[in-house]
Design a protein around this ligand. Structure first.
Ligand code: TYD
Length: 213
């Protein structure tokens, strides 16, 4: 049985990641590839409980390092109980956010520092990494407008000001640059259909055995 592929979707808020992740799971299914959609923080019973803790309340609730450790506690549960077992069964796993979000949010935008995040990552993840990461890049002014017009409950992260989102964008672009073999960056200001096609194309280049769309 060939191991499934692990593909993560990353980027700032309001970039349209979630819709695209759903579309890609559907496209894989149509191509005869079993795939699941999951998210972080969350994805398992335990990790969803941690998600509730970490996303509720004001951003002063947790220090940067506590927040990072909560993210990694949730992540380890998710990797051990859902992601790795699925991949081993040959199932592809599409994950809405993963460890690059910790590096961008906690490491860069919240100022914990890349070295500390990398140290925690290495200690917890033991070399486990996505096969491919799609980065949704968008001007934060545009993405904030999208979040506001979605009319969702604003999580504490959405109330952060523009400066934070600008730092986040720079951080993600830097991470993508440093991991160019794993990343594919899409212009998240494009139309939904154009983005789906771009992702499918990038996936077919990366995994030549599959045919999508
Ligand atoms: P969510 O509502 O899922 O946001 P989005 O739809 O933008 O993905 O909330 C997840 C929030 O958690 C989001 O603001 C990013 C943040 N986050 C971190 O700060 N560090 C992490 O490691 C992860 C996975 C998420």
């Amino acid at each position: 049985m060939e191991r499934g592929k692990f593909i993560t979707f990353e980027g700032g808020e309001g970039a349209g990641k979630t819709t695209q992740a759903e579309r890609i799971v559907e496209a894989l299914g149509e191509a005869g590839i079993e795939a699941i959609l999951t998210r972080e923080p969350g994805g398992t019973f335990g990790a969803e409980a941690i998600r509730d803790l970490v996303l509720a309340g004001t951003h002063e609730r947790w220090s940067g390092m506590t927040e990072l450790l909560l993210m990694y506690a949730a992540r380890l549960d998710h990797v051990e109980k859902l992601i790795k077992p699925s991949l081993e069964r040959g199932v592809w796993v599409i994950c809405d956010r993963f460890s690059d979000s910790s590096m961008a949010y906690q490491g860069h935008a919240r100022g914990l520092g890349a070295d500390r995040v990398a140290a925690v990552h290495a200690a917890v993840m033991d070399g486990f990494a996505p096969d491919m990461t799609i980065l949704f890049d968008i001007d934060p002014i545009l993405s904030q407008k999208r979040v506001q017009t979605r009319g969702e409950d604003l999580s504490r992260f959405d109330t952060e000001e523009l400066e934070f989102h600008k730092k986040l964008r720079t951080a993600f672009l830097q991470i993508a640059d440093e991991n160019a073999d794993r990343f594919h960056t899409v212009d998240a200001a494009s139309s939904r259909d154009a983005i789906t096609m771009q992702i499918q194309h990038a996936m077919m280049q990366k995994f030549p055995d599959i045919k999508l769309g």
